[in-house]
Write a protein that binds this ligand. Structure first.
Ligand code: SF4
Length: 210
């Protein structure tokens, strides 16, 4: 028997002309107390997102790590340190991009978010994208690519090619690449080259779109 759909999350109104305030309201009035899926039961706290509310580049990952859950900030720990290095190599800083995850509560044992969890939390991510209005989205990891793009293929089949986000605030070009958490476990020359190629494509697109 198919699982019953999880309840829809509630979204507060945008704060007209103030992206930072809109993000704050979304976090404080909706996400931080959300119990729409069972992931809420295992969290220390929600991990909403961070960075520039007007960023040209938004980076979307799968879900909070243990370090994220502990600190309340996305992309912490070894994977976050690698992401910071990647951003630095691109001439960017964490504070100059916007970082978010598909789900805002840590899945147990660092597993990928399940489809129903990603669907339940997806409304928050869509609203974040709408508020920030990035010129380019970089998804890191398979679940993030699937949720943002609505595709079913594995990350190896979609990475390295431009796709398009058509949700609220779209269309926005999307480049899927490997998750830094995966890269820390499979830090091969080939994987590093693939990711660097993807990041170079993002930089070129940002320059074109600017
Ligand atoms: Fe709510 Fe998202 Fe947390 Fe599920 S993962 S409880 S939908 S905030």
């Amino acid at each position: 028997m198919p699982l019953a759909a999880l309840p829809e999350v509630s979204l507060p109104d945008l704060v007209a002309g103030d992206a930072a305030a809109s993000l704050r309201v979304l976090d404080e009035q909706a996400v931080s107390g959300c119990t729409a899926c069972h992931l809420h039961g295992g969290r220390t706290q929600t991990v909403f997102g961070s960075g520039d509310a007007h960023a040209a580049l938004m980076i979307v990952g799968d879900g909070p790590s243990a370090e994220d859950d502990h600190t309340g900030q996305p992309f912490m720990g070894p994977a976050g340190e690698l992401l910071d290095k990647q951003l630095k190599a691109m001439g960017l800083e964490r504070s100059g991009v916007y970082l978010a995850n598909v789900v805002k509560c840590r899945p147990p044992d660092s597993r990928a978010p399940k489809a129903d969890e990603a669907a339940a939390c997806g409304a928050y991510l869509k609203r974040q994208i709408q508020i920030v209005g990035p010129r380019v989205i970089l998804t890191v990891g398979g679940p993030a690519a699937k949720r943002v793009l609505g595709v079913t293929q594995n990350i190896t089949q979609v990475r390295g090619q431009w796709h398009r986000y058509d949700g609220p605030g779209g269309p926005i070009p999307v480049m899927p690449t490997f998750d830094p958490a995966y890269l820390t476990r499979a830090y091969t020359t080939e994987n590093r080259r693939r990711v660097w190629d993807d990041l170079q494509a993002v930089l070129a697109r940002l320059a074109d779109e600017g």
